[in-house]
Ligand binder design. Structure first.
Ligand SMILES: [Zn+2]
Length: 232
């Protein structure tokens, strides 16, 4: 079971989802939860961003598929519909966000979010609720934007109590990357490169910051669980 802040490879991510993830947006992946892949690295194809001290993710919709004879996908509006008239992934997520706003009894779509922090290195950012969607002009074309809020309860990792939203925040991508580089992609206690997790040295719930790499370190699953046992 993957927990929020866990570092995984692309293959582990696909194994967790039971499918080869080829697309960034996956509405009701294989009939289950929706899954999105994000990246805020320089040169990332889309303008995703983390807001409100790590509780909100604003995710950009996706372009038309590139084709040899077609226009540059970055020069045309992001599509709501496929050429055949079906909703695109943009359209599916958009419709789900709008139906929540129209009807207060509709539960928001729950979305699993994975983030690429560098080549081959992904982080599970946790479960989010899809609460809003809109279109806006960006570089003279229309793009979709989706507002996702960190879900109140994240499923427990093995041996650990469920994380409450008051006890967790998304660690900004730049902070994750700085901690990864400093710790050389290894557990700071044993040097293991497997089952790594971004750990708050001082827990968020005890006033530790998510925003500075000095408070974030890499721990393997074994040392992460051992640390939580001590704190509880
Ligand atoms: Zn370790």
């Amino acid at each position: 079971m993957i927990g929020q802040g866990d570092v995984i490879s692309y293959l582990e991510m696909c194994k967790e989802q039971g499918v080869n993830l080829q697309r960034g947006m996956n509405f009701h992946l294989r009939g289950g939860l929706s899954v999105i892949l994000m990246s805020v690295r320089p040169g990332a194809p889309y303008a995703d961003r983390i807001e409100s001290d790590g509780k909100v993710l604003v995710y950009e919709g996706h372009d038309v598929a590139a084709s040899p004879e077609g226009p540059n996908p970055k020069t045309v509006d992001q599509p709501m519909y496929t050429p055949g008239g079906a909703l695109t992934q943009n359209g599916l997520f958009f419709a789900a966000a709008k139906s929540v706003q129209r009807c207060t009894t509709t539960a928001p779509e729950i979305v699993k979010v994975y983030e690429k922090i560098k080549a081959g290195v992904w982080v599970y950012n946790g479960l989010f609720r899809l609460v809003d969607a809109w279109q806006e002009v960006s570089n003279a074309r229309l793009v979709f934007k989706f507002r996702l809020e960190l879900d109140k309860e994240q499923p427990a990792q093995s041996g650990q109590a469920a994380l409450d939203i008051d006890h967790t925040r998304l660690i900004p991508s730049s902070v994750k990357l700085a901690a990864w580089k400093r710790d050389k992609g290894k557990c700071v206690l044993c040097g293991s490169q497997d089952n790594l997790h971004f750990d708050h040295i001082i827990p968020y719930s005890k006033g530790g910051s998510s925003l500075v790499s000095e408070n974030i370190q890499l721990l393997c699953a074994r040392h992460n669980l051992r640390k939580h046992d001590k704190i509880e």
